[in-house]
Design a binder for this molecule. Structure first.
Ligand SMILES: Cc1cc2nc3c(=O)[nH]c(=O)nc-3n(C[C@H](O)[C@H](O)[C@H](O)COP(=O)(O)OP(=O)(O)OC[C@H]3O[C@@H](n4cnc5c(N)ncnc54)[C@H](O)[C@@H]3O)c2cc1C
Length: 427
């Protein structure tokens, strides 16, 4: 691949997500050549994807061009390419656009949706891990309402209007709340001739409480907020099958819907040529170096620190990114690298207007104040001043007008056609 030759060491970073971006930002004045490789030319702020999917924010409010982040950096190169393989013996990264030699390699390719081997659910359900997937979901939901308006078949209309979400973690809870608000405030204005009593949002969770990684107070409050908003919550229930029309569950209850949103699991998204564990994460030591290697490092969702596994969270990825940059400087100076220690500043989830839950290390609160805290933190974390202003303007506008102006089907969603050789039965 075309890159300037240099007598300085070359650090290649794969992935410009929270982890990779923070490694790169903190290598600004390093005496080395830095190359950032990503398959997209933008950084994605995944925590707000659910607002893109529910027509609350435009996709460009939650994304930011990588080149714009780094255009003042010296000896820094961005290459848009998909990493395919790491040739460890020859210190070579193989991409779909050519090979790149490295002295130090940082792998920060994050995570992908985990369907736990169920090909049928993978085919018929909707994931929400990228901007494209969030836009597909937005299109599908709006297309379904357009169809519901046209059909004379009542059962078909019910399936088109019902929405099921699998996974009662923060993503599932936030989506359920946003969809309940769409149903209450927005869709009836767009489709006055549809009876919205026919529409139900269902949230299906395998465990006995929502937000299982948060406190009991947060779980209980999130559950009661969602119930107030009319969301049907199915606890202790696993989705076993979905054929695009009916969801079958472990409790034998069935749910007719054409939209099943899969927010039930993620797994690491490693690059070939390097060993990962059964969750797709790459084992690293406490300095974030791949076990048994000298020049391979992993950060973010993909990193599995031996004996000290961290949750797949943006805050962990950011801290690891910053930390690894310091360790790489030590490594290049032939000094001992330090162990990573996560500083847990708390977790939060929003449910809807004036409704959020916050768990801080010594203090928990819910409701309006938590919602303001959630908005403030998310605004501050968005990359770019313009994105912050646009997101804030949208939120204020939606809050005052009970409306959002971006219910657009720009690129209609079409499910991939099944080929004869596609086997969807359980593996
Ligand atoms: C819907 C959703 C909501 C979330 N909400 C929250 C939240 O509220 N709070 C929170 O703390 N965390 C949240 N998370 C988790 C958080 O987003 C992740 O923990 C974080 O993004 C991990 O950062 P990362 O840099 O490891 O990976 P990512 O941010 O996923 O970045 C990976 C990067 O690698 C690139 N890439 C991947 N494969 C390749 C390849 N083969 N070649 C080249 N480039 C590649 C991708 O394009 C991407 O830019 C959420 C996640 C999702 C999906």
């Amino acid at each position: 691949m075309n890159l300037p030759q240099s007598n300085k060491p070359r650090i290649v970073i794969i992935g410009g997500g929270f982890a990779g971006m923070n490694v790169a930002k903190n290598l600004r004045n390093i005496d080395a050549q830095v190359v950032l490789v990503d398959k997209n030319n933008f950084h994605t702020f995944q925590p707000l994807l659910y607002q893109v999917a529910t027509a609350g924010l435009e996709p460009d409010s939650v994304t930011y061009p990588l080149r714009k982040i780094f255009n003042h950096f010296n000896n820094f190169f961005v290459r848009i390419a998909s990493a395919k393989k790491i040739d460890i013996e020859n210190n070579l990264l193989i991409t779909d656009k050519g090979d790149i030699e490295y002295d130090l390699l940082v792998i920060a390719t994050g995570a992908e949706t985990n369907y736990f081997g169920n090909k049928k659910i993978e085919h018929y359900s909707m994931p929400m891990k990228s901007v494209r997937e969030a836009l597909d979901l937005r299109s599908l939901i709006l297309q379904n309402f357009e169809e519901a308006l046209i059909t004379n078949n009542i059962e078909e209309r019910q399936k088109l209007m019902n929405i099921a979400i699998v996974g009662g973690g923060p993503t599932g809870v936030e989506l359920a709340g946003a969809l309940a608000e769409l149903k209450k405030y927005i869709l009836p204005k767009d489709y006055p001739d549809l009876d919205f009593r026919q529409m139900t949002v269902h949230l299906i969770e395998g465990q006995d409480r929502l937000l299982a990684a948060m406190s009991n107070e947060a779980s209980n409050k999130a559950e009661s907020f969602l119930q107030e908003m009319g969301v049907q919550i199915w606890l202790n229930t696993f989705v076993e099958d979905f054929d695009g029309q009916i969801v079958s569950t472990s409790t034998k209850k069935k749910l007719p819907t054409k939209t099943l949103i899969w927010a039930a699991g993620v797994k690491g998204s490693p690059v070939d040529g390097i060993e990962s564990d059964k969750f797709g994460r790459i084992p690293v030591d406490e300095t974030l170096k791949v076990l048994g290697s000298d020049n391979l490092f992993v950060v973010g969702d993909l990193a599995a620190i031996e004996g000290n596994l961290q949750p797949m969270l943006a805050s962990v990825a950011c801290q690891q990114g910053e930390f690894l940059a310091k360790n790489l400087k030590l490594h290049l100076a032939n000094k001992a690298m330090k162990p990573f220690v996560y500083n847990d500043k708390g977790t939060m989830a929003t449910i809807g207007r004036n409704k959020a839950v916050v768990d801080l290390p010594n203090f928990k609160f819910q409701g309006r104040l938590a919602w303001y805290a959630w908005m403030f933190i998310h605004l501050m974390l968005l990359v770019g001043f313009r994105n912050r202003i646009i997101a804030l303007t949208n939120w204020v506008w939606n809050y005052i007008n009970y409306d959002s102006g971006i219910r657009l089907i720009i690129r209609p969603f079409k499910r991939k056609e099944l080929l004869k050789e596609d086997v969807l039965e359980e593996v």
